[in-house]
Design a binder for this molecule. Structure first.
Ligand code: URA
Length: 225
């Protein structure tokens, strides 16, 4: 899949980003983390979450007792969408639209179907809506485990890049809330470990997701409970 995704022309973003930034991690990770799209650093490196947001994610995983080497990390969109800022000439991140997320969705669905995670952590609204539907609100449901056919539990929280944008005087609190949500993920992982039969039941669903993921991102989550 990684090799095939290199030449993806599913939407126009292949002309915008430097390269496809595919997910990485163990092929059977119990935790799969989904971000929005690669940032500037990731676009250059060709690897997800290696920039400032990734460092905050690493710290939160570490403080929650989750080993990053046991985590599969990916994004809802695999190319960096950006525009040049007129004055500074910096590459400014642009949020991917629904059509771009939909075009990229088969890659994400098949990553999940192959990795078969017990728990999925969605970072930010783009990732959460991709898997839980367009009406899902991260602000209302952050840190609350949602059962889904994708995994035993999906936990959504704010994007670490958003935490890093919080004004300095409030950043400590924002970081603590972010870490608290990741700790919730650790709890769900521990719970899932004690319930192997839930995983067994999901095998059939994963196969079906793999088969159907080329059609639509929005029909799969609700119709496959
Ligand atoms: N933000 C994301 O959503 N993904 C990355 O890989 C890096 C920053």
């Amino acid at each position: 899949m990684r090799a095939a995704a290199k030449d993806c022309r599913g939407c126009h973003l292949y002309k915008v980003g430097t390269q496809t930034v595919f997910g990485e991690g163990p092929s059977r990770a119990s935790l799969l983390v989904v971000g929005e799209q690669p940032g500037d650093a990731e676009d250059r490196a060709g690897r997800p979450f290696v920039g400032p947001a990734g460092r905050l994610l690493d710290r939160a995983l570490d403080e929650s007792g989750i080993d990053r080497d046991d985590v599969y990390v990916t994004n809802a969109v695999k190319h960096f969408k950006w525009a040049r800022e007129a004055r500074s000439k910096r590459r400014i991140h642009k949020t991917p639209n629904r059509a771009e997320v939909r075009a990229c969705f088969p890659w994400l669905a098949n990553e999940i179907a192959l990795v078969r995670p017990r728990v999925i952590l969605c970072l930010g609204a783009t990732a959460a809506k991709a898997l839980l539907g367009p009406s899902f609100s991260v602000m209302e449901k952050r840190g609350v485990p949602v059962e889904s056919h994708w995994a035993d539990a999906i936990v959504a929280t704010v994007h670490p890049a958003a935490v890093l944008r919080v004004p300095r005087e409030e950043r400590g609190r924002a970081e603590r809330m972010f870490v608290a949500d990741v700790r919730r993920v650790a709890k769900e992982l521990a719970r899932a470990e004690k319930q192997p039969e839930r995983r067994a039941r999901r095998f059939g669903a994963w196969q079906a997701i793999g088969d159907r993921s080329t059609t639509s991102s929005e029909s799969t989550p609700s119709s496959h409970k």
